[in-house]
Design a protein. Structure first.
Lengths: 333, 261
């Protein structure tokens, strides 16, 4: 049996359905991400798992034990909040030790475990500082240490990095993944940042309108999006109606699917045998560091992404023929 | 430049208009004689000494402290937990507290006094307790604002959730985390309430009168017998209010430190 099993989870606030028929299985030691736009219900799932919100229907089992009616403090579930939720009246050390004090662990063990945790999150020198004296990144690391020290069965992370700037966020993503692997802890991360989800997860559940739209490994989700929503949300795919794409490539596509998606980086200028060809006028070119994103206008607008190389710079207003491999044309549901 | 001077003159005039009566009253409390001169003819501590030797004043002062302090303590015990529960768990009912707050502001003291006398004078409840009850409700706006703002500034609900997930009971989370965190706002609200109630005259005078002589009623009586003693009472009152204002300023400054988090 899986480590965490969520079955038939529903949540309604008055007449508004927030979650509908959520089912998930999570294995021990996995890093899971709930990915979706704001308001899709992903944070509500975390709150229900933590016992902070009641589900309207459905069940949650952790290590085979049904969590119905079990108080948050009895669930052995840790949580890191977006706003850190550090106790402002306590120092870093006191914040981290709080959970152990509640468990009435003796002082010597508390001291030892707090020092160990401070070392893991690289905050030993800040142990006597108050939260308001720390940067956002440091506060988030304290929140992480405070949640980890009680050795929860599962750690819930509710958009913990979204308030931080890009550079610190990337560093903390790597730290988070390293700590998760070091402690072999089961973690569930909620985020609306697809890059973050791809970078840290073993498995991603993409959510939309209170339902799971698709689940799988980051590679599966990215390379085989099931629907137009996933294709647009995950990878800025080019999405074509069947008829438009058939007109553009000048041949019939197999199957009966109504829409098809093509990753922008799968579109290229050099022809290879068996490729479909797409013709269009270059109308815009955006350089984002090492990637150039060129937009073409044809029967519909599509984009191509290439590595930034001088000899491949395209001229705006000029017509180009682009190519895409047959296996990179993905049929959507 | 001219504009600036004009503004400065207006400002000086305004400050003088506000301060002269206060300064004059305070000087009068220390003047041995001040009848036909611009400034006092001599200074003395006689009036203050007389005041502190007057057991009526000491008792009136004690009653004022007891009444105002008692009302604040009752409000802290009864109203604060209610505000905590409503703000944290039933925010949709908060509008009813806001209605109550507005009603407290909108009822003139005289109407309130007449209403209290008509309703309670015949039911056998001691009228001083009726005034105490009215005081508790009267300071609802100060206690509510202080508590609610402190709770919102620190995202109290999330602190409570975090503490509970770390193994704390609701009571432990309340006493170990929330109370120390919102204490500055709460303390400022309590001090403000105390200073407002300490100076209250209309309700206590109309409902209870000289049967329970507070500092304000004592002051009213002294106004007709000795201007110097009355000024000395005002001086003591102003010193007390000054100390309370200073304490509120310090506490509020501290609470701003908490808000940054």
């Amino acid at each position: 049996m899986s480590y965490i099993v969520i079955e038939g989870l529903h949540k309604k606030y008055d007449e508004t359905t927030v979650l509908s028929n959520i089912a998930m299985t999570i294995e021990k030691g996995q890093f899971i991400t709930l990915l979706g736009p704001s308001g899709c219900g992903k944070s509500t799932i975390l709150r229900i798992v933590a016992g902070l919100t009641d589900a309207t229907a459905g069940s949650i089992q952790i290590e085979g034990k049904n969590m119905k009616g079990i108080e948050p403090k009895e669930r052995q579930v840790g949580m890191v909040f977006q706003s850190y939720a550090l106790f402002p009246n306590m120092t870093v050390k006191e914040n981290i030790a709080f959970g152990l004090r509640m468990q009435k662990v003796n002082n010597a063990e508390i001291e030892e475990r707090v020092q160990e945790m401070l070392a893991i999150v690289h905050l030993t020198e800040k142990s006597n500082a108050y939260p308001k004296e720390l940067s956002g990144g440091q506060q988030q690391r304290v929140a992480l240490a405070r949640a980890l020290i009680v050795r929860p069965k599962v750690l819930l992370l509710d958009e913990p990095l979204s308030a931080l700037d890009a550079q610190i966020r990337k560093k903390l993503q790597a730290d988070l993944r390293a700590i998760q692997r070091q402690l072999e802890m089961t973690m569930i991360l909620v985020t609306h940042d697809q890059d973050e989800a791809m970078a840290v997860s073993d498995k991603i559940f993409v959510m939309n309108n209170g339902e799971i739209a698709q689940s799988g490994t980051p590679t599966t989700i990215y390379t085989h999006p099931k629907s137009e929503f996933i294709a647009s949300f995950i990878g800025h795919y080019n999405v074509f109606p069947r008829q438009t794409l058939e007109t553009m490539i000048g041949m019939q596509l197999p199957g009966h699917h109504l829409k098809f998606a093509i990753r922008p980086e799968a579109v290229h200028i050099d022809k290879q045998d068996g490729d479909y060809c797409l013709s269009g006028v270059a109308i815009q070119s955006l350089m984002t560091g090492n990637i150039i994103r060129t937009t073409f206008k044809s029967d519909c607008v599509f984009a191509m992404e290439q590595l930034h190389q001088r000899e491949q710079t395209l001229e705006i207003g000029k017509r180009y023929t682009c190519y895409v491999a047959k296996e990179d044309v993905i049929a959507l549901l | 430049m001219k504009k600036r001077s004009f503004a400065q003159i207006i400002f000086l005039l305004l400050i003088s208009y506000l301060l002269i009566p206060i300064v004059a009253t305070m000087l009068y409390a220390f003047s041995s004689k001040w009848h036909k001169t611009i400034f006092p003819e001599g200074l003395t501590f006689k009036w203050l000494a007389t005041l502190f030797q007057d057991t009526d004043f000491i008792q009136a002062f004690g009653r004022s402290v007891l009444l105002a302090g008692g009302a604040v303590i009752i409000a802290l015990i009864v109203i604060v937990p209610a505000i905590f529960v409503i703000v944290l768990y039933f925010p949709k009912y908060e509008k009813w507290i806001q209605v109550a707050v507005v009603m407290v502001y909108s009822f003139p003291g005289i109407i309130l006094a007449v209403g209290l006398i008509r309703v309670y004078s015949t039911v056998g409840v001691p009228m001083i307790l009726v005034v105490l009850g009215a005081y508790v409700i009267g300071i609802l706006p100060y206690i509510y604002q202080g508590t609610r703002n402190s709770l919102r500034n620190v995202d109290a609900r999330q602190l409570l959730d975090a503490a509970q997930l770390l193994g704390a009971t609701k009571t432990q989370a309340f006493t170990n985390i929330l109370l120390p965190t919102v204490y500055p706002g709460l303390f400022a609200g309590a001090l403000l309430s105390f200073s407002v109630l300490f100076g209250e005259f209309v309700l206590i005078n109309l409902v209870v009168g000289s049967r329970f002589e507070t500092v304000q009623i004592y002051l009213m009586k002294k106004l007709s017998t000795s201007g110097h003693i009355a000024s000395a009472v005002v001086f003591i009152y102003l010193v007390l209010m000054g100390l309370l204002t200073f304490a509120i300023a310090i506490v509020t400054k501290r609470s701003k430190g908490v808000m940054k988090i």
